[in-house]
Design a protein. Structure first.
Length: 362
């Protein structure tokens, strides 16, 4: 049984527990996770003893190459997706079918319900996403590839960054380098934020010059099918007052949180370790987001390392650990690494220098 068949089988076990005959998968990323198909505009119906991909003629060859052996319903002109869903559900003798409430509009759900008069529809949330939280060996290896690609791109940035460049130019150069190392692109538009703009956790690159302040925050990742996510601060000139102290607090918080990661520890417990360090240093109100999140086919997946999440970590989960302190008018510091939960503890998958003396550019 290949890894995609194993994933679908696990999903069927979840469906059986919920007393469901099938699940209509409409989230394209979930379709990819369950089949290996890398296209879009296609749904997947998983039922108790089979599955069928609902697509159109644009993807016939691609589906045959990427998903050999899967049943296909290729829509011809004049047959819309609702009719394809109706035909597939009838063929599979589905009577109680779940739909992915998080990936469809209310209008689409109502149209499906009107079309499938004899099928009991149930809204579901997280049936596939829960499976995606725990990565298999192939997924972990794919994440390693994405991380290495991101790291190589950052090495180019460190070696080539100039004071007369703008945030936007540096972001473009970083993405160009990452693509040159084989990635499809960046996991998300890179954040390059100089000085006071680093106080914006999701700052967008502007025309501000790198030499307009003494440091720059860079948040980036590589999309190689699976997505990596890293953040570093670089000191570009004379060390600004307060930076070394604040950086030390954030780094200490991150290292202690990473050390706490192991199977059985809850997500909120890991968050609390980092948050406690930052609160003790007097910057609790300046750390306003969760400690981290899962990565994979999407840049933000479960599990979430945040207050109130009592989910226990399991081997195979891969999470970011990214504490930060943000001071409006001065700037911000965030340090982020990607961490795998192992059977005995954890493994830091990323390997970019982060000690203070290592982030100072000569």
């Amino acid at each position: 049984m290949d890894r995609f068949a194993e994933r679908r089988q696990k999903l069927r076990q979840s469906l059986a527990k919920e007393q469901l005959d099938g699940l209509l998968v409409t989230n394209f990323t979930n379709v990819s996770y369950l089949t290996g198909f890398t296209g879009d505009d296609s749904y997947l119906l998983v039922f108790r003893d089979g599955q069928i991909v609902l697509s159109d003629a644009r993807y016939t060859t691609q589906l045959e190459e990427e998903c050999p052996g899967l049943d296909l319903l290729i829509r011809t002109p004049g047959i819309d997706m609702l009719t394809a869903i109706e035909q597939s559900a009838a063929k599979a003798k589905v009577r109680r079918m779940a739909v992915e409430a998080d990936s469809m509009t209310v209008g689409l759900r109502e149209r499906i319900g009107a079309k499938l008069e004899r099928v009991e529809l149930r809204s579901s949330s997280g049936l596939v996403e829960t499976l995606r939280q725990v990565k298999d060996k192939d997924e972990v290896e794919a994440l390693r590839v994405a991380i290495r690609c991101a790291e190589k791109g950052f090495e180019v940035l460190r070696a080539s960054i100039r004071g007369d460049q703008t945030e936007r130019q540096v972001a473009h150069d970083l993405e160009h380098a990452i693509r040159g190392f084989g990635a499809k692109g960046c996991s998300f538009p890179p954040i390059v934020a100089v000085g006071a703009r680093a106080a914006l956790p999701h700052a967008r690159p502007t025309e501000q010059r790198i030499d307009s302040a003494g440091f720059v925050l860079v948040d980036w990742g590589a999309d190689c099918g699976y997505k990596s996510d890293l953040t570093r601060v670089l000191v570009t000139s004379k060390i600004p007052p307060k930076l070394e102290r604040i950086y030390g607090v954030v780094l200490n918080a991150q290292l202690k949180a990473i050390a706490a990661i192991k199977p059985g520890v809850t997500c909120e417990e890991v968050d609390a370790v980092a948050r406690g360090v930052i609160v003790k240093a007097g910057f609790g109100k300046q750390f306003g987001h969760g400690l981290g999140h899962g990565i994979g086919l999407d840049i933000h997946e479960g599990p979430r390392l945040t207050t109130g999440n009592r989910l226990k970590l399991q081997p195979g989960m891969v999470v970011t650990v990214e504490p930060g302190i943000y001071l409006p008018g001065w700037g911000g510091v965030r340090i982020e690494d990607d961490v795998l939960v192992t059977r005995t503890g954890h493994e830091v998958l990323t390997n970019v220098p982060k000690n203070f003396d290592e982030i100072v550019l000569t």
